[in-house]
Each structure stands twice: as structure tokens, then as C-alpha cells.
Design a binder for this molecule. Structure first.
Ligand code: PL3
Ligand code: FE2
Ligand code: FE2
Length: 255
């Protein structure tokens, strides 16, 4: 599309000094509509979302230590990733304490049951490719999407913590990506099968969290779009073609 100078001009009402009603918040605070962090509705939704995040960080820690059993030559690196996850868990626990919220850990544990069970099954069968797909690709891409969408609508304390965490999560996504790229041909069929079995769970998890997330001003569509962006980018880096990626992503709609 050709962009003409007219299309680049500001809309008539936006010319000149910004108009702010007397007593209103300055424009930069109005840009993203922040929730009321002290409301009962916010704290109620936060108790479940924060529980999910704390449980997710704890399970990520456990999963990297489990993966080290299958990749003993990389045990040091995997222990380093696991330590990062414990730091994340502590950070998010501090976010809840700061808001005076108690995380709902029972809800959170149930939320992760399908992926936890599939990971444990794969571990028992020494299916390293499946373990890496579940933890290092699907869960990490889910975390990255959640943290990206949370940052602009978080309270200032949680925003700082989440900004630090999201950087680490890229390291974790990258870890799985590198291994799978180096071993693509021998991993292909297990990867496709594990993707078909687990991607629908991620979709259901996003659906399950959508109502609480929207109380935090995080929209389901934004979460899904961010997840799909990281997921597809990783698959492309691993070496899949666009057609293969479309096929893998289609598994989200089935099952
Ligand atoms: C991997 O390092 C950790 C996995 C955590 C998974 C998080 C999923 C979060 C879903 C809801 C998003 C809300 C984010 C708010 C943060 C307090
Ligand atoms: Fe983490
Ligand atoms: Fe992580």
C-alpha cells in the first residue's frame, strides 16, 4: 500500500497542544487504561493468575532439573536455568505480597495438570524431545506472551520484576530452540506427535485464564497472538518451513 502525506497527517482534533480535562490524569497515563489494583475484583483475579505464575515457575524449575537427567552433559547449564526459575518464583511471590494478595495454589496446580502429566510421562519414557517441546517451547512461549501483555497494565512494582523475568524466559526458549535445531531430523516425528498432544492444552489454558486476565486488563486475543508469534518464530528458527509451521499450528484448533 502507498502511504500518502495526507494519511500521515494528524487527525484534526489532535493538532496543537493535547487537550486534557481539568483534574484528569496526564495523557501518558491515559494511554493504557490501568486497572484499580486495590479493588476486590482485581485482587480476586490476581490470586488465581499469580498462583498460576508461581506454580509455572516452580514446575519450570523442576522440569529443567528433570531434563538434566536426560542430558547429563548439560547438567550445569540446566541447573542454571532452574535457578533462574526459582528467582522468578520469588519475584512473583513478592508481587502478590505487595498487593496484599494470597496466591490460589490449589487452582494453579490443577491448571497445570495436563502439561505436568504429559511431561512426567515423557520423562519416564526418556522422551527428551517431548520434554523440551513442553517446557522450553510451549510453556516458555506461554510465559513470554503472558508477561509481555501484563507489563503495560501491571502495578509499578510488578512491572519492574516482570520486565527482568521476560528477558530470562527468552534464554529458556532459546535453549530448547538450539537443541531441537541441532537435532531436527532425528526429532521431527516425536516433535510433531508431542505438538499434536500438547498444543491443544495450551489453547485450553489460555481460554481458562481469559476471564481473570481481562480483569487485569489483559485481552485473550493479545495473549493468543503473542503466543503464536513466539511459537511460530521458534519453529522457523528450528528449521520448519512456513507450510510445516502452519500444519503444526493447526493442532491448536484440533484436539
Ligand atoms: C516459565 O519460566 C514459567 C511459566 C509460567 C507460566 C505463566 C502463565 C501465565 C498465565 C497468565 C498471565 C498473567 C501474567 C501476570 C503475572 C503476575
Ligand atoms: Fe521463569
Ligand atoms: Fe522459563
Amino acid at each position: 500500500m502507498v502511504v500518502t502525506p495526507t494519511e500521515l497527517s494528524p487527525a484534526p482534533g489532535l493538532v496543537g497542544a493535547p487537550q486534557v480535562a481539568p483534574g484528569a490524569a496526564p495523557l501518558e497515563q491515559q494511554a493504557t487504561d490501568l486497572p484499580d489494583f486495590s479493588s476486590a475484583a482485581y485482587k480476586d483475579a490476581y490470586s488465581r493468575i499469580n498462583g498460576i505464575v508461581i506454580e509455572g515457575e516452580q514446575e519450570a524449575h523442576d522440569n529443567y532439573l528433570s531434563i538434566a537427567q536426560l542430558l547429563p552433559q548439560q547438567a550445569d547449564e540446566l541447573a542454571r536455568l532452574a535457578r533462574m526459575e526459582m528467582k522468578h518464583k520469588k519475584g512473583f511471590a513478592a508481587c502478590a505480597a505487595n498487593l496484599g494478595v494470597t496466591a490460589d495454589m490449589k487452582f494453579a496446580s490443577e491448571f497445570f495438570t495436563p502439561l505436568r502429566e504429559n511431561f512426567q510421562l515423557a520423562l519416564a519414557e526418556q522422551k527428551l524431545v517431548t520434554c523440551l517441546l513442553i517446557q522450553s517451547i510451549l510453556i516458555e512461549a506461554f510465559a513470554i506472551a503472558a508477561y509481555h501483555i501484563y507489563i503495560p497494565v501491571a502495578d509499578p512494582f510488578a512491572r519492574k520484576i516482570t520486565e527482568g523475568v521476560v528477558q530470562d524466559e527468552y534464554t529458556h526458549l532459546n535453549y530448547g530452540q538450539q537443541w531441537l535445531k541441532a537435532n531436527l531430523e532425528s526429532s521431527r516425528s516425536e516433535l510433531e506427535e508431542a505438538n499434536r498432544a500438547n498444543l491443544p492444552h495450551v489453547r485450553r489454558m489460555l481460554e481458562q485464564v481469559a476471564d481473570d486476565a481481562s480483569v487485569l486488563h489483559m485481552e485473550k486475543e493479545d495473549l493468543m497472538a503473542d503466543f503464536m508469534a513466539s511459537y511460530q518464530e521458534v519453529l522457523s528458527e528450528i528449521g520448519f518451513s512456513s507450510r510445516e509451521i502452519a500444519r503444526l499450528a493447526t493442532a491448536a484448533l484440533l484436539g
